[in-house]
Design a protein around this ligand. Sequence first.
Ligand code: FES
Length: 108
Amino acid sequence: MFQKHLIPNAQDLPEGKALTLKIEDYDFLVTRQKGEIVAYENRCPHQNKPLHWSEQEVVADEDYLKCHHHGALFSPLDGTCVTGPCQGSHLKKATVGIEQGNCYLLLA
Ligand code: FES
């Protein structure tokens, strides 16, 4: 059984950009990649910290999600750390569902 949480403004998220979303005690990163919405838990595998310093900070550039603590770069397509102190580890992917044009995080 999943709990469904609306991702506000996901339809307006530009290609390659990311937003952060807090649901209860959990932080998520939501990004649009190749037209699809992809979400990860916002926890760097290096030190288990959110990737960004502040809510306003953009955490994605055109190619990577970046952890601003020690510079790890993650593939936005599958969450793999491609360089940095946790190279080879992964962001934990979250399940995204679409219903009637709205995007939702589906949490177990
Ligand atoms: S906490 Fe992310 S690179 Fe160190």
